[in-house]
Design a protein around this ligand. Structure first.
Ligand code: URP
Ligand code: ZN
Ligand code: ZN
Ligand code: ZN
Length: 517
C-alpha cells in the first residue's frame, strides 16, 4: 500500500484519515433534485448531518466551502484499467486510473471485466478482482462482458449476479468481429438472461460486420492512416446498431443501456426506439464526445491522430459535442462516462501502417467532470443539478448503488466533492495524473474543478493537493433488480436532518427515471 504524496503517512492502521470527523461549512449542497445552502458533517466515512446550525463534536476538522458547491463524488460508469486488447495493455492500471479519477472529482468507477471468447466469465471476474483490489484509491464495481454464448455462460451470468460476486450488468458487443462481437441470436439470448436475472443488458452498438467489410475495402484501396478509422465506421453504422439493439431488447423484454453513444444519429435512433420500448432504455455518452471531435483524425502527426482513435469514433461533424451536451441536458442521454482506455505512443504505433491495428481508446476519467462543467454548465446548457444527475446520481440509481452513492444526504457514503466553480486551469498531459503520455483535451482551458475530494470520509484531494492511498478503495457489490431499472418502489431513503428548504428547482432537471414516451 502506498500513498501518492508524502503528506499522509499510512501505517495500515489509520489509512482512512488523519481525522475521522469532518465538517464542510458554508457551501451550497447540490443534489440532482435541488440545491440548498447547508453544512455537511461527516463521521467514520458516512455523511451524518446536512443542514445549518449543526451540533458538532470537538476535534472536528473544518473545511470552509464559502462560494463553493458541495456535490456527490462523481461515478464514472465506464473505465478500462489494465485491459489487454489489440496486442497492448492500457497504461492506466487500477492505481493510476483511480488516482486520476479522484484528482478530477470521481470517487467511484465501474470497470469492465472482458473475458475472451471461450473463457469462463467467473475466471475473468476473479482476474479483475485480483488486479483491482489492492490498487484502487476509490470504490469500484464491475460490469462483466458477455463475449460468447453457451449454456455455461448463461449459468455463470446467474452465478455472477449472486451476493457472492455482486454483478448486475453485462456488456455485449455488436462490433469487434471475431474478438468480442456477438450475433443477433446470441445477443437476444444474453438479453433474455439479463431480464430473467433482473440484471441490466449493456451494448456496444456498432455494426461490426459492415465495419469489417469497410476495413477490407479501405485497406485494399491503400487507405491505411488513422483517418480511415472513422471512415470505416460512420454514424449510420452506430445508429443502425442502436436501433437493432433496441429492437432485440424489446423482443427479449429487457431493459437496455447503450454505452458510449457518440453521434447525433445514434441519439436520434435512441429517441425513436424509446417510443416503442416496453422497458427503459438508457444512453451513456463520453467526456471525449463532449470535449473534442473527429477533426483530429486528419492531423498529419500519426501520434496525434492515433491518440484520438476509439470506437465508436469521434465524429467529424463539429456540431456533435454541443448536440451531445444538449442531449444530456434534455434527458435524451442519462449519463456521461469516460471509457478511459489509455495506450502509450509505442502501443498506438502498432497501427502505424494499418489503422485497424491501432489500439482503441482515450483518456477521460480525470477530466470528465471539468470538461462537462466547462462545455455544458458554463455555457448554460445545463444547471448544476443536472450535472450531478449525469455525472453521479443516475449511475448510482441505474446500477443500484443509490442512495449509498450519488447523494449528499445523511446516511450516504461520504464521497463528496467541494467544487470551485471559479478555479481555472489548463488541461495537459504534463500535469494530469494518468500514466499515459497524451491527453485528448490538451490545452483546453476549463473554469470549474474540485478543490477538495473526500472519498469515504478521507480527504484525498486537499485544497488541490492529491493525497490518495493505494488500496484504500473497496469493491462494491451491485445487487440485481435495481428499483430504478425494474420499477419497484425505491427503497426508503434515510431520514435527513432538518435543512433549510431547497431554493432552486431547475426547469430542465430530470433524473431520467422513465424513458420519454
Ligand atoms: O475504443 C474503445 N472504446 N475502447 C475500449 C473498448 C470498448 O469498446 O469500450
Ligand atoms: Zn465498447
Ligand atoms: Zn501531434
Ligand atoms: Zn469501453
Amino acid at each position: 500500500m502506498t500513498v501518492d504524496t508524502t503528506a499522509t503517512s499510512v501505517s495500515g492502521i489509520n489509512i482512512k484519515s488523519s481525522q475521522n470527523r469532518l465538517l464542510i461549512k458554508n457551501g451550497r449542497v447540490v443534489n440532482d433534485d435541488g440545491m440548498e445552502d447547508a453544512d455537511v458533517y461527516i463521521e467514520d466515512g458516512i455523511i451524518k448531518q446536512v443542514g445549518r446550525n449543526l451540533i458538532i463534536p470537538g476535534g472536528t476538522r473544518t473545511i470552509d466551502a464559502t462560494g463553493k458547491l458541495v456535490m456527490p463524488g462523481g461515478i464514472d460508469p465506464h473505465t478500462h484499467f489494465e485491459l489487454e486488447m489489440m496486442g497492448a495493455k492500457t497504461v492506466d492500471d487500477f492505481y493510476k486510473g483511480t488516482r486520476a479519477a479522484v484528482a478530477g472529482g470521481t470517487t467511484t468507477i465501474i470497470d469492465f471485466v472482458l473475458p475472451q471468447k471461450g473463457q469462463s466469465l467467473i475466471e475473468a471476474y476473479n482476474n479483475w478482482r485480483q488486479k483491482a483490489d489492492g490498487k484502487v484509491c476509490c470504490d469500484y464495481a464491475l460490469h462483466v462482458g458477455v463475449t460468447w454464448w453457451s449454456p455455461s455462460v448463461k449459468k455463470e451470468m446467474e452465478q455472477l449476479t449472486s451476493e457472492q460476486y455482486g454483478v448486475n450488468s453485462f456488456k455485449m458487443f455488436m462490433a469487434y468481429k471475431d474478438v468480442w462481437m456477438m450475433n443477433d441470436y446470441d445477443l437476444c439470448c444474453a438479453m433474455e438472461t439479463c431480464a430473467d436475472l433482473k440484471a441490466l443488458a449493456q451494448v456496444h452498438a456498432e455494426n461490426g460486420s459492415i465495419i469489417a467489410r469497410n476495413c477490407e475495402k479501405l485497406l485494399a484501396a491503400g487507405v491505411r492512416g488513422p483517418d480511415a478509422h472513422q471512415l470505416s465506421r460512420d454514424e449510420e453504422l452506430e445508429a443502425e446498431a442502436v436501433n437493432r439493439a433496441c429492437v432485440i431488447a424489446n423482443q427479449a423484454k429487457s431493459p437496455l443501456y447503450v454505452v458510449h453513444v457518440m453521434s447525433k444519429s445514434a441519439v436520434q435512433a435512441l429517441q425513436i426506439a424509446r417510443t416503442r420500448q416496453k422497458l427503459p432504455v438508457y444512453g451513456e455518452t463520453l467526456a471525449a464526445t463532449v470535449g473534442t471531435d473527429g477533426t483530429h483524425y486528419k492531423n498529419s502527426c500519426f501520434r496525434h491522430a492515433a491518440a484520438h482513435v476509439l470506437s465508436p469514433p469521434l465524429r467529424p461533424d463539429p456540431s456533435t459535442p454541443q448536440a451531445i451536451a444538449e442531449a444530456l441536458a434534455d434527458d435524451h442521454l442519462q449519463l456521461i462516462g469516460s471509457d478511459n482506455c489509455t495506450f502509450h505512443e509505442k502501443d498506438k504505433e502498432l497501427g502505424k501502417d494499418d489503422f485497424t491495428k491501432i489500439p482503441n481508446g482515450v483518456n477521460g476519467v480525470e477530466d470528465r467532470m471539468a470538461i462537462l462543467w466547462q462545455k455544458a454548465v458554463n455555457t448554460g446548457v445545463m444547471d448544476p443539478c443536472r450535472f450531478v444527475a449525469v455525472t453521479s446520481s443516475n449511475a448510482a440509481r441505474i446500477f443500484n448503488l443509490w442512495p449509498q452513492k450519488g447523494r449528499v444526504e445523511a446516511g450516504s457514503d461520504a464521497d463528496v466533492v467541494v467544487w470551485d466553480p471559479r478555479l481555472q486551469r489548463t488541461i495537459s498531459a504534463a500535469t494530469h495524473h494518468h500514466g499515459v503520455d497524451f491527453n485528448i483535451f490538451e490545452g483546453q482551458d476549463v473554469v470549474g474543478s474540485p478543490q477538495y475530494v473526500i472519498v469515504n470520509g478521507r480527504v484525498c484531494l486537499d485544497d488541490g493537493e492529491l493525497r490518495v492511498a493505494e488500496g484504500y478503495g473497496k469493491f462494491l457489490k451491485t445487487p440485481v433488480n435495481s428499483p430504478y431499472v425494474y420499477g419497484a418502489p425505491p427503497a426508503a431513503a434515510p431520514e435527513p436532518e432538518p435543512v433549510s428548504p431547497a431554493i432552486h428547482t431547475p426547469s430542465r432537471v430530470t433524473n431520467g427515471n422513465t424513458p420519454s414516451p
